[in-house]
Design a protein around this ligand. Structure first.
Ligand code: 1DX
Length: 186
């Protein structure tokens, strides 16, 4: 994944635990990179190894790290670096998800090694939808839970996310039930 992702993991860890803890995590992961270059492509192993090492050093399950990272990605990384595109992509969660492919196409025009996931929504109601997640990568369902929680906060309509069908358990792809309690203010 692009270095931007590893940089975001670093920023999240340093924000909550400080620089020395991050250095320990990098060492445990065996990642010998001083500064990640946002717009250079790194092996996905780097990201997985960093998350695994963070889990060990901080003593929390990798799933929990990934959920926190999803929220951080939306509320800090994406909003701060790509605020314009984030605003343009929609005013509500369903609208945003519908526009996410456009968002990714724009980024991929400049950074062709981008391998974004695909999201599809179905079963819409006033306060829920089903989210279908198709990825080139494995094990990132908890990251998606965090992404949706971050979008919920961003739009002022906090969401509950439940993994309803898991690829890891043999389903064709991951399916999430996403619910919120009140329709967003127009
Ligand atoms: F719900 O692969 C809200 O490297 C969402 O399954 C979901 O393949 C917001 F300059 C610039 C660059 C760089 C901008 F090239 C990425 F470096 C992209 C910024 C999307 C904001 C996807 C990151 C593929 C890297 C992937 C989960 C899980 C998508 C990460 C979240 C808005 C982004 O992001 C999986 C890669 C951006 C950039 C956004 C992503 C790669 C998302 C979201 N993805 C790189």
């Amino acid at each position: 994944m692009y270095g931007m992702v590893n940089k975001a993991v670093e920023e999240m860890v340093v924000m909550h635990h400080g620089e020395p803890v991050w250095e320990r995590i990098k060492a445990k992961a065996g990642v010998d990179v001083d500064v990640f270059m946002s717009n250079e492509s790194y092996s996905d192993d780097v990201t997985y190894d960093l998350v695994g090492a963070a889990s060990e050093v901080l003593g929390v399950p990798a799933e929990q790290i990934l959920i926190g990272f999803g929220e951080h990605w939306v509320l800090h990384t994406a909003q701060e670096g790509y605020g314009g595109l984030m605003i343009a992509a929609g005013k509500t969660l369903p609208e945003f998800l519908k526009n996410l492919p456009n968002f990714h196409s724009r980024v991929a025009m400049i950074f062709p090694k981008l391998r974004p996931p695909r999201f599809e929504c179905s079963d819409f109601t006033d306060r829920s939808l089903r989210l279908h997640y198709f990825s080139h990568r494995v094990g990132l369902a908890p990251f998606v839970v965090g992404l949706m929680q971050g979008l919920g906060k961003m739009f002022g309509t906090p969401v509950t996310v439940r993994l309803a069908e898991a690829k890891a358990a043999g389903a064709d792809h991951d399916v999430f039930d996403v619910t919120w309690t009140s329709a967003p203010a127009a």
